[in-house]
Design a binder for this molecule. Structure first.
Ligand SMILES: [Zn+2]
Ligand SMILES: [Zn+2]
Length: 355
């Protein structure tokens, strides 16, 4: 049996249960956590971490790109005794809008440097041709996975809605696995953890016995490992490897505290990483059984048959898209393992590989 992640952020956990925003908290001397609201469900808020330095502050992740989030961040900094103008570095775990969001605006206002893993920087939408390419790839994928036409239309509308919050620009510092971050008073090191996104990074500070785990390891939620044009088809295999990797690093640090991008602080990073690996192995088996039961099934159909916390038919479109992403990632991994084959038509019809 597993020892699940142990709650350390009790006020955060209570706030999560009460469906309210947790307080701004000092986690350790020189380290603060600021919850910044996300206007879309179900994550509610992203945790921005403030690291004090002799020059001002560095932040890990930046919150959603809207005025309300900016105000929340600004007020949170004031609670910690700082202002937005004190930010000199923005370290980004990954480019999802709840994490990268305000980075560009903060740089424009303060001259802060934005640091990001090099593989993540490649997924930023900066040039117009990247957007066109992204749309074309999405259409190919829709055919490949058998998404019905009306759902494709819905997906386009939803992506359009979402795009207005995304304001990307190139980072100032490109990070690689194991890089030490040049932050005075901090012995912070980046760990490349591809999977949730291609260039997701966790940051570890062994002296302080902490690891910022972004969306890679969350105490309760299973992060979505979807496959889309920005994430390669082997994203789930990479994710599982990255879980083993952070588990190993955490094991070298006694009582290492996990500081996640959502939910609450926790202990037991290794145990939680192992639990997530096991979750995905169970999911792989469930998917294999669906294909065995219904040979020729499309990925879209698989996404409807997988077990979810609620019935798939009640899902709104963003949830359907996540569900499909999860089905794709797991089917692709089973194909890599030689268990399933998609056949050769434009639309994948999954079957078991004859042995
Ligand atoms: Zn994310
Ligand atoms: Zn997130």
């Amino acid at each position: 049996m597993h020892v699940a992640a142990e709650v350390l952020g009790h006020k955060q956990k209570q706030a999560w249960l009460d469906k309210v925003l947790p307080p701004v908290e000092q986690v350790q001397p020189g380290l603060w956590s600021i919850p910044v609201e996300i206007p879309i469900k179900p994550l509610r808020y992203v945790l921005v971490y403030v690291l004090e330095t002799p020059k001002g502050v560095a932040i890990i992740d930046a919150g959603w790109n809207d005025e309300k989030s900016y105000q929340t961040l600004s007020e949170g900094l004031a609670t910690a005794g700082y202002a937005v103008s004190d930010i000199h570095d923005v370290l980004v775990t990954h480019v999802h809008p709840d994490h990268f969001g305000l980075a560009k605006r903060l740089r424009e206002e303060t001259g802060a440097r934005i640091a990001l893993h090099s593989a993540e920087a490649k997924t930023l939408m900066i040039e117009p041709h990247q957007e066109v390419q992204w749309q074309m790839e999405s259409e190919v994928r829709a055919v490949q996975h058998g998404i019905p036409l009306e759902d494709q239309e819905q997906m386009k509308r939803e992506v359009g809605e979402f795009r207005k919050f995304v304001d990307h620009s190139a980072p100032d510092v490109l990070l690689e696995d194991g890089d030490a971050l040049a932050l005075p008073d901090w012995d912070l090191k980046g760990i490349w953890t591809p999977g949730h996104t291609p260039g997701h990074m966790c940051f570890v500070e062994p002296e302080r016995r902490i690891m910022f785990t972004g969306d890679h390891v969350l105490p309760r939620i299973t992060p979505n490992i979807s496959v889309h044009s920005n994430n390669p088809p082997d994203s789930l295999a990479r994710y599982l490897d990255s879980l083993t990797k952070v588990g190993r690093v955490a094991d070298t640090i006694e009582d290492c505290m996990g500081l996640p991008g959502h939910e609450y602080r926790y202990a037991g990073i290794r145990a939680r990483a192992d639990e997530l690996i096991e979750h995905h192995e169970e999911r792989l088996e469930e998917l294999r059984a669906i294909v065995a039961d219904q040979p020729g099934v499309t990925t879209w159909e698989i996404s409807q048959r997988l077990s979810w916390s609620r019935d798939w038919s009640t899902f709104r479109f963003p949830e359907r898209r996540s569900a499909l992403g999860e089905a794709i990632a797991h089917a692709e991994l089973l194909a890599q393992r030689g268990v399933l084959t998609p056949g050769s038509e434009p639309t994948a019809h999954w079957r078991l590989v004859e042995r």
